[in-house]
Design a protein around this ligand. Sequence first.
Ligand SMILES: *[C@@H]1O[C@H](CO)[C@@H](O)[C@H](O)[C@H]1NC(C)=O
Ligand SMILES: *[C@@H]1O[C@H](CO)[C@@H](O)[C@H](O)[C@H]1NC(C)=O
Length: 417
Amino acid sequence: MDESSLNAYKQLFHALSLIPISHYVLAFTLIWALFLYNFLEIHFFQDLFCALRSAPVALTFHPSSHIYHGVVSKCRILHGSYFATPWLSSPHFQTAFLNFFGNPPVFSYKRQLFHASDGGTIALDWLTSSDVSRGTFEMNDAVSKDDTTPLVVVIPGLTSDSTSAYIKHLAFGMAKRGWNVVISNHRGLGGVSITSDCFYNAGWTEDIRIVIDYLHHHYPKAPLFAVGTSIGANILVKYLGEDREKVPVAGALAICSPWDLLIGDRFICRRLVQKLYDRAIAIGLQGYAKLHEPRYSRLANWEGIKKSCSIRDFDNSATCLVGKFETVDTYYRHCSSSSYVQNVSVPLLCISALDDPICTREAIPWDECRANKNIVLATPQHGGHLAFFEGITASSLWQRILNCSCQWDHLLIRVRT
Ligand SMILES: *[C@@H]1O[C@H](CO)[C@@H](O)[C@H](O)[C@H]1NC(C)=O
Ligand SMILES: *[C@@H]1O[C@H](CO)[C@@H](O)[C@H](O)[C@H]1NC(C)=O
């Protein structure tokens, strides 16, 4: 390096050293804030801007869909816009807040143990509309055979059961709006043991099939509806596509479905934030396995389960062995509900937040939903995974979705009768 260029560097360094340290701190803080704003996908300023020109919830449906023209066009709530709680204006804040401060309503269910023909046990948890209106849960009412109150079956997400905050909000909100609710817990969840060698997985539709058939035969006068959340939504849509016209439900609702498990798997190991969810869900799965350790150590690879750091690891060591899938990708391909969307033959409303950090928008089967006259797909811009907090106090979790599904169900009943 020659003398003059060395001088130039010296002068530059001298000039830089004249800038007060506080300015460096300020610049660094700004860059860090900008990084966090992007990393956490915060949309506070976008929302401020949007509030001036409101963006409605996008709806996707077949142009000549009778469901849309008969029902959804009259569903006022679906035509509004959704504004996330300002201090939860990030899908990650929304999802984390739900998991740590879900604030579930206080009530108790009435438990019914349902036995499958393979020896498996399913815990059905009931909450009737009269339990909620009376406000006492010590002696929950049983539903009579001739009851005409609409009945809603709820299928929880992966490792969730009837005690999860969002399920309790959903059940309580539905019962308050005059519905009888029954949560169909997955096998081995809700505090019951696994009583056969059969476990549930993301594509296991047999349990919901027998539960829905049982409810249909036992309460023939009650219009029957089904709501699936997350993995429960995947199971529900797959079941609807498998059984088509044979499904005895008047309408169904799929909330935050993963749709395509293979795309979901690729998505969840791509970025650092998603890897944290992957790890958290894997810990949940290990907790589930731990509850049923004797059976898992006999049927699966217990060492592998203990070492699992991701959903994929767990599926490799447990789900594939128990469910007899050759590889993890085979399992994901086989159990994705997106390939069943075209065959759904009952009215189905799907709600998927575009910023869902777990069930990515990349997997949403837009074309298939648009091609099926029975389906309406609502895609709010924000809401995170199953969170949908809105209002300044973040208290109205699910209010809108509950109102909307009740309105949707009432309108469907009216259309059918
Ligand atoms: C959907 O229905 C079509 C036509 O009957 C059939 O060919 C296809 O295999 C079905 N898809 C699934 C995933 O079952
Ligand atoms: C939902 O319905 C309840 C009463 O059923 C009402 O108080 C509330 O304002 C509604 N919320 C929304 C967001 O429409």
